[in-house]
Design a protein around this ligand. Structure first.
Ligand SMILES: Cc1ncc(COP(=O)(O)O)c(C=O)c1O
Length: 365
């Protein structure tokens, strides 16, 4: 049996007609950059996420950048980022010339460890980036307490966490601002790039809305140095077709995760932790095994697609080689990078495929 790690064709084939209709509609009205598809998507996604408003942009990375601009971050400011996350969490600091400061992750949740954050705060700490990694919210109360103590803002990198909750609260409006990604493989993915910014502060969202369109509030009158970070109409049209399925697809991811959590009994395996503050939406199902590479080869031979997300912690990335970190700086991040293996968890998997993944993992020796 062949079990794909991700198969976007399987996700899109059943809605091909609806997608083509949405493209035809967009061709007819011609609103390709922002416009009605984008504003419909902004209100639709905010409502499904359970938050007040979002501003659509061209990608999750652009969302993080425009948040950094709107928070007025710059040289001399320090931004704390988990050492184990996707690189874009760190771009938030880099793009505006702020100082990137790493903190380690918690070994149970793989999210930023508040104790490690506390240890690196200084009077210059201006922002803490909490990445809701693999779909699980970071420990937001603990992070907020630290941020309050040092007067810092909290940014939620929610790129992987559509519909995730922290103690019942939707992520995206818990901190000062949130960034979502609609990259095709995300829990809600478009047919190309896409992202949005969320915030409980309408002023911050207004600022992002201006910055995404060349810093202009009025046509051809530019109040700020801005960017071309508009969400595209065709992307929003595709996302509008996919949005109504997000709740059911998320529930299916959680159901598959339950099967894995119950069924995987391979010795020396660490399964994803489940903290008391909320359930993951399982963008990834990532286990740890001391013989990760051998386990991965074994599963490949059995026809099962897996991925290593992520093989390198950020403090050991070549682009940050001059930052004074080295092997041993963040042991939990380094351990996870060495041992992590992500299993297929896309909602389109069949029950037989899920059983086959479990049996195959358990038969590894
Ligand atoms: C945690 C995290 N942050 C930020 C991003 C950036 O999003 P995008 O690829 O839409 O720019 C991603 C996705 O790739 C991500 O996984």
């Amino acid at each position: 049996m062949n079990v794909p790690f991700i198969d976007l064709k399987r996700a899109h084939d059943p809605i091909r007609t609806e997608l083509l209709e949405a493209f035809t509609r967009t061709l007819d009205h011609g609103e390709f950059c922002l416009g009605s598809e984008v504003s419909d998507f902004e209100s639709g996604f905010a409502s499904v996420q359970g938050i007040s408003r979002v501003v659509g942009v061209g990608s999750g990375t652009e969302a993080l950048h425009l948040i950094a601009c709107s928070l007025d971050l710059g040289p001399g400011d320090e931004v704390i980022v988990p050492a184990f996350t996707f690189i874009a969490s760190a771009w938030l600091a880099e793009y505006v010339g702020a100082k990137l400061v790493f903190a380690d992750i918690d070994p149970l949740t793989y999210t930023i460890d508040p104790k490690s954050v506390e240890a690196v705060t200084t009077e210059n700490t201006k922002t803490i980036v909490a990445t809701h990694l693999f779909g699980l919210s970071a420990d937001m109360d603990a992070i907020q307490r630290i941020a309050d103590k040092c007067g810092a803002k909290v940014v939620e990198d929610a790129a992987q966490a559509h519909l995730a909750r922290y103690r019942g609260e939707p992520v995206g409006e818990i901190g000062d601002a949130g960034a979502f990604s609609f990259y095709p493989t995300k829990n809600l993915g478009g047919l190309g790039e896409g992202g949005c910014v969320s915030s409980k502060d309408p002023g911050l969202l207004d600022s992002v809305a201006v910055l995404r369109a060349h810093g202009s509030k009025e046509r051809y009158l530019n109040h700020f140095v801005g960017y071309n970070n508009r969400m595209e109409g065709l992307q929003a049209a595709a996302l509008n077709v996919k949005l109504p399925f997000l709740k059911a697809k998320t529930a299916r991811r959680q159901e598959i995760a339950d099967s894995y959590l119950r069924g995987i009994q391979l010795e020396n395996t660490t399964l994803p932790g489940e903290p008391e503050w909320g359930r993951s939406v399982f963008h990834m199902f990532t286990l740890q095994h001391p013989e990760r590479d051998r386990l991965r080869s074994y599963l490949t031979e059995k026809g099962i697609g897996t991925d290593i997300v992520y093989p390198y912690p950020l403090h050991l990335q070549p682009c940050f080689a001059d930052r004074g970190y080295g092997v041993g700086s963040f042991p939990e991040s380094e351990k996870l990078a060495k041992h992590c293996l992500s299993l297929p968890i896309v909602p389109e998997l069949t029950d037989a495929e899920i059983d086959y993944v479990i049996e195959s993992v358990n038969s590894f020796s």
